[in-house]
Design a protein around this ligand. Structure first.
Ligand SMILES: [Zn+2]
Length: 300
C-alpha cells in the first residue's frame, strides 16, 4: 500500500489530538484527496494491466544535485511512464503553453514539473545504460474535472474515466527486457528520504494534546486493554502490541524533531498507561540510546 506523505501523517495525527487551524484543515483535506487519487490509480493499474505491473510508487530521487519526487513510475516494455497525479476539480484548458481554469491562468505550469522529472530520469537511465524511454502522463484523478488540451504535446493527459482504456491499450507483451531488469535497483541507488514536514508542535505543550490510544476505527480514546488485546466501545479490537507501537509511532511523527523519551511518552499515553507494557514494547521494537547525562535514555 502507498505510504502517506509525512505532512499528511502529521496533520492526520495532530488533528486527532488537537484542534486544527483553518489552514491545517484545508491542507489536510487537500493532501487526503490527493492521496485518495493516487491510491485509486494504484488500484486501476493493478486491475487493468494484463501483466504483473512493474512499478515504483512515490519515490524521491537525487541525481546530480537535482531532487525529484515521482508519484508513480510504471515500466511497460521499453517505456518508463512517469505518472503525475492531480486531484483538481473543474474545467481545465491547456492552450498557448498555459493552463487555464475557466478564464483564470494557473500560476504554475503543471507540465513543467512533469517535464523536469522526465529530463532528470531520462538522464539517470542513459548514464546507467538502462535503455528505457521516459514518457510523461498527467492524470486528473478527480471525477469532477474535465480537461481540454488544445496545444500539441508529447505527454499523455488523462481524466479518471480515460485511465482504464489507456492501461488496456498498453502493449500486452510489455515485459521488461533483460538488459533493463536492474532498473529498480539502479533507481534505489539514487533514492533519498522523502520530504519531511516542517510542521512541529511545541513539546512543552504536550499536555494540551488528547492523551491515550486512539481507536483507528472511530477515533475515540476509549480503548480498554486486557491481557493481549485492546477493545474499543465501537467494537473494534486490536492486538495490544500493535496499539502500543502505533501510538508510539504517532508520538514519533508528531515530535519528529525530538527523541523518543519515556517521560514524554508517559504524558502522551495519559492516565491509562500500562507502564510495564510500554517498557516491554519499547524494548522489543525500538533501540535504546544511552546518553551519559540522560538516565531515562531515549529510543529511536
Ligand atoms: Zn472505536
Amino acid at each position: 500500500m502507498r505510504k502517506k506523505s509525512h505532512d499528511l501523517q502529521w496533520l492526520g495525527i495532530f488533528g486527532q489530538r488537537h484542534l486544527l487551524t483553518e489552514e491545517e484543515r484545508e491542507t489536510y483535506q487537500k493532501l487526503q484527496r490527493a492521496y485518495y487519487g493516487e491510491a485509486m490509480m494504484d488500484k486501476l493499474v493493478a486491475n487493468f494491466l494484463a501483466n504483473d505491473p512493474q512499478c515504483i510508487d512515490d519515490i524521491t530521487l537525487k541525481y546530480k544535485n537535482s531532487v525529484v519526487q515521482i508519484d508513480k513510475l510504471l515500466i511497460v516494455g521499453q517505456i518508463a511512464y512517469i505518472i503525475d497525479m492531480k486531484y483538481y476539480r473543474g474545467h481545465y484548458v491547456f492552450k498557448n503553453n498555459t493552463w487555464y481554469i475557466g478564464e483564470k491562468i494557473l500560476d504554475n505550469n503543471i507540465f513543467e514539473q512533469l517535464r523536469r522529472a522526465m529530463r532528470i530520469l531520462q538522464n539517470l537511465f542513459n548514464d546507467n545504460q538502462i535503455r528505457l524511454n521516459v514518457q510523461g502522463v498527467l492524470a486528473f484523478m478527480n471525477p469532477n474535472s474535465t480537461i481540454d488540451v488544445v496545444d500539441n504535446i508529447d505527454e499523455t493527459v488523462l481524466t479518471m474515466d480515460e485511465i482504464p482504456k489507456w492501461l488496456l491499450k498498453l502493449p500486452n507483451n510489455g515485459t521488461v527486457e533483460s538488459m533493463n531488469q536492474n532498473w529498480k535497483s539502479t533507481l534505489r541507488q539514487y533514492e533519498i528520504e522523502p520530504y519531511r514536514t516542517k510542521r512541529t508542535f511545541d513539546i512543552e505543550k504536550i499536555d494540551q494534546l488528547q492523551q491515550g490510544i486512539c481507536c483507528p476505527n472511530c477515533h475515540q480514546y476509549q480503548m480498554v486493554e486486557s491481557k493481549y488485546i485492546v477493545n474499543c466501545t465501537c467494537g473494534y479490537s486490536e492486538a495490544k502490541e500493535i496499539a502500543y507501537t502505533r501510538t508510539i509511532c504517532e508520538y514519533g511523527v508528531l515530535f519528529h524533531n525530538h527523541n523518543l523519551t519515556v517521560p514524554q511518552l508517559r504524558k502522551f499515553f495519559g492516565k491509562n498507561l500500562n507502564e510495564r507494557y510500554l517498557t516491554y514494547v519499547l524494548q522489543r521494537n525500538f533501540v535504546l540510546q544511552k546518553k551519559a547525562h540522560n538516565k531515562a535514555g531515549y529510543y529511536i
